[in-house]
Design a protein around this ligand. Structure first.
Ligand code: ARG
Length: 598
């Protein structure tokens, strides 16, 4: 389906042409003065310059050329040369009826046949997920859902940090504590035990302990580095131990990401890029773009137009080790080979911006990525506490994601305590509403901005919050329940009828709140298109918030179930079913679920 501005643009382009002007002046947009009109065409202003004529004269000619085919409503040329458009209710209704019957609520995917890889995990193995991983996870998941709605084949990659210093530290500490473990015996030739020699709980204690120790003990630090080096070079016992730790760690990460309603198609780690590193480096050497600098191997990426520091990209450190730069470079080699994506999107803390700039320039320079592939760094801002600093626990520690999710859930549960609902219902509501509060609180802010985590605000049922959107949905469902009682048809059937054309909007003119709700519904495709092209889940939030507001005013200003005129009553039901469908679609794009009751 075309969008309303597109339909209008077609009509106006034809009118401009008919009046003797170039068709591309006919672009129509949603009005920025909703008090005056719903849509506007400002092309006469630009045409005036090109044709050296008064804009109002052109606008008048275009309105005349447009004629009145009865579909538009009120079209008016106003000085100095704008054309204001108010759509007829009938046109709007038939547009909405068509939306209700179409598969994606009238949205036409723009990117069918294209592929996007989205990198939004970045959790580090053997370290629990903490709040720093929250934003990439929920923004990335939403971006993935939006792109997939827009036709992309999407591949989400967890890109776990599974290969670096932390694992070396863990090995070193394990060996101190338990030197006789077979994994550390270089002469051991047998099979390794099935069971992982440490539990997750132990790992969580070992890592911070080893990390603190390494800061004071140079020898210990060197041992850890050596362990990483040997692991990467295939030492058998280390590989076996590493695999065991990876197994239990991944299981836990899957559970944790799952509790956020976040999933990945690929559970690759940095280690999966390893086989690509050396051939890639050889190739860069051959091309003559790699050079030795103070013992390290680097690629220069500075450009004349840079006005900030742009250090070279590091292929090999002076001790021959590979690091974060080469891992990300080689991961791109791998992704290009496996998926030839049109886009690779990184949702990572914005403080890593320089790293990605270096990496992107290097892969372009080396010809690893051509013009058909866009590389996008969607750097996210931080979630801050009320003091404006990155969110911490009360004692200043790093807050685990699990604890945060539980806090929000408990907060919602408290609010639900005196509701007349079963314990099961209450648990389901707290889980879904809590997660919605957390995710919406995050997603409603532009990804690049920092925001303040405010549990009271996020869990409020009023205002621009997740619970408010869910509450609106539950309200619509309860109206449908009531109507179902009156009509003697079950809710499921009513919803079906609203999407197969049996229930249609009524052409009887309604009040202002009804028209506003309809217009907002009609803007669905535009909002999604913007959210997709700008990778901006906050645009979906803004759309849903306004839709909920318009719905709630409509609800307060109209009797729905008790409306006496049958045609009108049915029209209202069709309208609220469509509203519900868009809200459902919208929250799904955000990775949020709604409870049945609230
Ligand atoms: N593991 C990294 C960290 O904790 C984040 C990885 C982000 N993704 C990437 N492709 N570099 O900082």
């Amino acid at each position: 389906m075309k969008t309303l501005p597109d339909i209008l643009t077609e009509k106006f382009s034809a009118a401009f042409e008919k009046a003797g002007y170039a068709a591309d002046y006919g672009k129509c947009v949603v009005s920025n003065r909703p008090d005056l009109c719903e849509f506007q065409c400002n092309g006469s202003m630009a045409a005036a310059k090109a044709y050296k004529k008064a804009p109002i004269a052109i606008a008048n000619e275009v309105v005349a050329a447009l004629g009145d085919d009865g579909t538009l409503g009120k079209v008016e040329a106003v000085s100095p040369g704008f054309i204001n458009i108010i759509l007829s209710e009938k046109t709007l209704n038939s547009y909405l009826n068509e939306m209700a019957m179409s598969e994606k609520n009238g949205y036409e995917p723009k990117n069918v046949g294209k592929t996007a890889v989205i990198d939004y995990g970045g959790a580090n193995v053997a370290k629990p997920l903490h709040v720093g991983h929250l934003r990439p996870a929920i923004i990335g998941e939403s971006v993935k859902r939006i792109l997939s709605f827009d036709g992309y084949k999407t591949i989400g990659d967890a890109h776990l940090g599974d290969w670096g210093t932390p694992i070396g530290l863990i090995f070193t500490e394990m060996q101190v504590r338990n030197p006789s473990l077979v994994y550390f015996d270089e002469n051991y030739k047998g099979e390794y035990p099935e069971e992982c020699p440490v539990t997750l709980k132990e790992l969580e204690e070992i890592y911070p302990f080893a990390s603190a120790k390494s800061k004071e003990d140079e020898e210990y630090r060197a041992k850890a580095r050596q362990a990483v080096f040997e692991l990467q070079n295939g030492r058998r016992g280390y590989r076996a131990l590493w695999e065991k730790i990876m197994d239990i760690s991944k299981q836990d990460l899957k559970k944790n990401y799952g509790s956020l309603n976040v999933s990945f198609e690929l559970w690759y780690g940095e280690s999966d890029a390893d086989p690509y590193i050396m051939p890639m480096i050889e190739d860069m050497k051959k091309q003559g773009i790699a050079r030795i600098s103070e013992g390290a191997l680097v690629v220069d990426v500075k450009e004349d137009s840079d006005n900030k520091e742009m250090p070279p990209c590091m292929l090999l450190k002076s001790d021959g080790a590979v690091g974060y730069d080469s891992t990300d470079l080689a991961t791109i080699v791998q992704r290009m080979k496996d998926f030839s994506p049109n886009k690779i999107i990184y949702v990572v803390d914005k403080r890593q911006g320089l790293h990605f700039e270096q990496v992107f320039r290097t892969v372009r320079k080396a010809g690893i990525v051509g013009d058909d592939t866009e590389l996008i760094f969607l750097g996210n801002g931080t979630m801050n506490g009320k003091d404006g600093k990155p969110f911490k626990t009360r004692d200043g520690g790093v807050l685990r994601l699990e604890a945060l999710v539980k806090d929000v859930r408990d907060h919602v549960a408290e609010k639900m305590a005196d509701r007349e609902l079963s314990d099961e219902e209450k648990a389901d509501i707290s889980k879904k509403v809590g997660l919605a509060a957390l995710k919406y609180g995050d997603l409603s802010n532009a990804a690049t901005k920092d925001y303040i985590f405010d549990i009271d605000k996020f869990t409020s049922f009023e205002g621009n919050t997740g619970p408010y959107i869910l509450y609106t949905m539950v309200r619509i469902k309860s109206i449908l329940e009531k109507y179902s009682g009156v009509a003697g048809t079950d809710v499921k059937t009513i919803i079906e009828q609203a999407s197969n054309g049996e229930l249609k909007l009524s052409d009887i003119e309604g009040n202002d709140s009804e028209k506003k709700l309809k217009l907002q519904i009609a803007m669905f495709a535009d909002s999604i298109m913007q959210a997709s092209s700008e990778l901006a889940p906050h645009k979906v939030c803004a759309y849903l918030f306004e839709l909920s507001n318009f719905f709630n005013s409509f609800y307060h200003e109209n009797k729905i179930v008790t409306e006496e005129n049958e045609d009108r009553r049915k029209g209202f039901i069709a309208l609220i079913c469509l509203t519900l469908r868009l809200l459902e679609q919208g929250i799904d794009l955000l990775g949020i679920e709604a409870p049945e009751k609230m």
